[in-house]
Design a protein around this ligand. Structure first.
Ligand code: NDP
Length: 310
């Protein structure tokens, strides 16, 4: 019996992924069929993005695993019709893109680039920026993306503190965890980068109380997920000047509605969920590797803990 792999994502992704997945699966000694439609009870694996609209997995009675094309799985982790393993995307292309985006926006703040880009007023004020070794950056979330970003910032000599749920040991990064760890991490952070997943435990990680822990003039960069921030609390902290600026890539509602106060706020930069994306060439390899592992009876890689939600 062939292994049936259902590709369930945006239709325009199919022509991109189809040859890459075919090539990857053909390299294994595997009899497979790859399509965007099957009888549900014939499907072995679903390559999945929530944009497909597939929500009810109960007719997929032979399913062995769902392999997410997205790193963030908040839209599917709690799906009660899904009773088989769920793997998320850990992709080198995604990771490199996120690292570049984070480093770029940290350097924007660190070097005070806006002043020279937006104000060319003929006034010669030779204030050199400090060295990175004098700048405290805090990365909340030290998973695939957070660790990569923190490591890149440490390689540039930033003083990097990271925070995660469990204890970590990352060269060049002061790693903290737990509630006390968060307070310590935020208390000295001049720039905060959020790379936490969206789970019940991380919702409003930055709220009025935790924002108040930050030094006055701190800057926020959120490429994680919108619900990580209490928007009203952030707007209040921006208006009071406690937070100097925020760069936000992700929002509770996307696209961010035109009337949302973030768009018009002088101290907010909105980017339209472009910090990084799954790169088909590398991501297809990850998907194929997991299907092959499944067929060989090996444990799947990058499994989501459905209780934790990531
Ligand atoms: P991972 O699952 O690899 O890492 C998540 C990290 O968050 C881990 O370090 C984890 O801790 C930590 N964490 C989770 N829950 C808590 C908690 N309650 N308290 C403290 N720390 C916690 O995810 P990735 O690094 O791959 O991705 C992170 C997020 O980035 C994704 O979930 C997604 O939302 C977002 N993303 C955004 C994109 C964009 O374009 N804007 C693109 C891709 C992803 P521990 O290590 O101890 O488990």
């Amino acid at each position: 019996m062939p292994v049936n792999v259902l590709f369930s994502a945006r239709p325009e992704q199919w022509p991109v992924y189809e040859p890459l997945l075919t090539k990857g699966l053909s390299q294994a000694d595997l009899d497979f069929r790859l399509a965007t439609e099957f009888e549900p009870d014939q499907v072995d694996y679903v390559v999945y993005a929530p944009t497909s609209g597939l929500l009810d997995f109960s007719p997929y009675t032979q399913l062995k695993a769902v392999l997410s094309l997205w790193a963030g799985v908040e839209k599917i982790a709690g799906n009660e019709t899904l009773t088989v393993p769920l793997a998320r995307m850990v992709d080198h292309g995604l990771m490199h893109g996120m690292t570049e985006w984070v480093v770029g926006h940290v350097l924007r703040y660190h070097l005070g680039m806006d002043r020279y880009i937006t104000v060319q007023d003929g006034v010669w004020t030779p204030d050199a920026p400090p060295l990175a070794s004098e700048r405290n950056v805090c990365v909340l979330g030290l998973g695939a993306l957070g660790e990569a970003a923190a490591t890149a910032l440490a390689a540039l000599n930033f003083k990097v503190t990271g925070w995660s749920r469990t204890a970590k040991d990352i060269p060049g990064v002061t790693c903290l965890h737990g509630t006390d760890g968060l307070r310590a991490a935020l208390s000295s952070a001049e720039i905060v980068v959020l790379l936490l997943p969206d789970t019940p435990a991380t919702e409003n990680a930055l709220n009025a109380d935790t924002l108040a822990l930050l030094p006055k003039g701190a800057r926020i960069i959120n490429p994680g997920r919108g619900p990580l921030i209490d928007d009203d609390a952030l707007l209040a902290a921006l208006d009071s000047g406690h937070i100097a600026h925020a760069t936000l890539d992700v929002f509770r509602v996307e696209p961010l509605p035109p009337e949302h106060p973030y768009w018009a706020h002088a101290n907010v930069t909105v980017t339209p969920h472009i910090a990084s994306e799954t790169r088909p060439t590398t991501a297809a390899q990850v998907i194929c590797q997991n299907i092959i592992r499944g067929e060989e009876g090996k444990p799947f890689l990058h499994l989501v803990d459905r209780n934790l939600g990531y």
